[in-house]
Write a protein that binds this ligand. Structure first.
Ligand SMILES: Nc1ncnc2c1ncn2[C@@H]1O[C@H](COP(=O)(O)OP(=O)(O)OP(=O)(O)O)[C@@H](O)[C@H]1O
Ligand SMILES: [Mg+2]
Length: 344
């Protein structure tokens, strides 16, 4: 499916370089009347400069909670229970709220699905852009405007003065999202998190914006965490892919590993479910439902839906096994002593 291995961006050189961000055993829960919702459970992954890690999984599996946990934007009744979020070796979970505020928007930025919520409706986008730049760097108003216009041109906007002087509601959804990406990347963040950045937009607009995002991400050297439902987008943009199910990463690997050598039955089911047209002309959905997150069954949470489940799958959560290099899976079917990740 992925014709060119090079497109995965993984080479012997960069796979060994130090990650910009390392997330280790991150767990986030919500304490609700229905009980503890373990939205994110012992999630670990790394982000590398200039590369895209796509996070994929069905609705409610914990993608957004993972992203918000990296920025420590979890409101009660939610809380980060455990883990490390290391940005260049510093654990963000140990910083004060003030220190964390200074990092948001500068070292780590986030682009949301609906940029309307990120803009202040009463100021022009130009004013919001220049204020963000001036808070970040000691530059004059004029210099900030120049930088803003230059960044707006990089996200392929035209009629830049008009865009600059517009209020958010005067721009189309696609234009607002381009401005948001321009603002986020103007700060040259080390990590950019994009949570379904284009799902609210027209399909034709989506691919242009995503291509822009990928190009600018490479240019600025930011590490991009891209959350998406769309495996077509993943195949186009991602270097590596993390598959989430019921709060856990069940498989992670290069885009090549995931598309051509998927190990987890859930990953394979997801890949089949997007196979555009089946013989009967319809889409295959994965049979069954994801578990109730307040009541995740024992064993592998996918086992009730898994066509390959063994008896032990319903009893004990699987360990993690290395398939090759950076490709690992959490599935009893891959069990082998040599492949076991220590401490998993
Ligand atoms: N404020 C909250 N209170 C209680 N539970 C929450 C809260 N926010 C999220 N959750 C629960 O956490 C789990 C993960 O939610 P999350 O928003 O991360 O899913 P997602 O993978 O981003 O889904 P989608 O694809 O629909 O955006 C869900 O089961 C959800 O019900
Ligand atoms: Mg979400």
């Amino acid at each position: 499916m992925v014709k060119n291995l090079k497109r995965s961006g993984l080479t012997k050189e960069n796979i060994n370089c130090a990650p910009v961000m390392e997330v280790v055993d991150l767990s986030t829960s919500f304490l609700t009347a229905a009980g503890e919702i373990k939205a994110v459970r012992e999630v670990s992954f790394s982000l590398f400069a200039g590369q895209v890690l796509a996070v994929v999984g069905e609705s409610g599996c914990g993608k957004s909670v993972t992203a918000r946990s990296l920025l420590r934007l979890i409101d009660p009744p939610g809380y980060i229970k455990n883990g490390w979020v290391l940005l260049n070796g510093v654990n963000l979970l140990n910083l004060t709220e003030g220190e964390m505020r200074r990092l948001r928007g500068t070292e780590i930025s986030m682009v949301f699905q609906d940029p309307m919520t990120s803009f202040d409706p009463v100021y022009t986008v130009g004013r919001q852009f220049t204020e963000a730049l001036m808070a970040h760097e000691k530059i004059s108003q004029q210099e900030a405007k120049q930088q803003a216009l230059q960044m707006l041109s990089k996200v392929s906007l035209q009629d830049l003065e008009r865009v600059f002087n517009s209020y958010p509601f005067q721009l189309s959804g696609g234009m607002r999202q381009r401005v948001m990406i321009a603002i986020a990347l103007a700060m040259k963040p080390k990590v950019l998190i994009a949570d379904e950045p284009t799902t609210a937009l027209d399909v034709t607009v989506q691919s242009g914006i995503l291509a822009e995002l990928k190009r600018l991400n490479k240019e600025t050297g930011s590490a991009l965490l891209l959350i998406t439902h769309d495996l077509g987008v993943v195949a186009e943009l991602a270097d590596r892919v993390a598959i989430m199910y019921a709060g856990r990463i069940v498989e992670i690997g290069s885009v090549y590993d995931i598309f051509d050598h998927a190990q987890h039955p859930y990953t394979r089911a997801l890949l089949t479910s997007i196979n555009p047209i089946q013989e009967d002309g319809g889409l295959t959905a994965i049979p069954g439902q994801p578990p109730d997150m307040a009541n995740v069954p024992p064993g592998c949470p996918f086992s009730p839906r898994c066509p390959e489940a063994l008896r032990q799958c319903r009893q004990k959560e699987p360990e993690q096994y290395i398939i090759a290099g950076e490709h690992w899976v959490s599935c009893w079917r891959a069990e082998s002593e040599e492949r076991k990740i220590s401490g998993a």
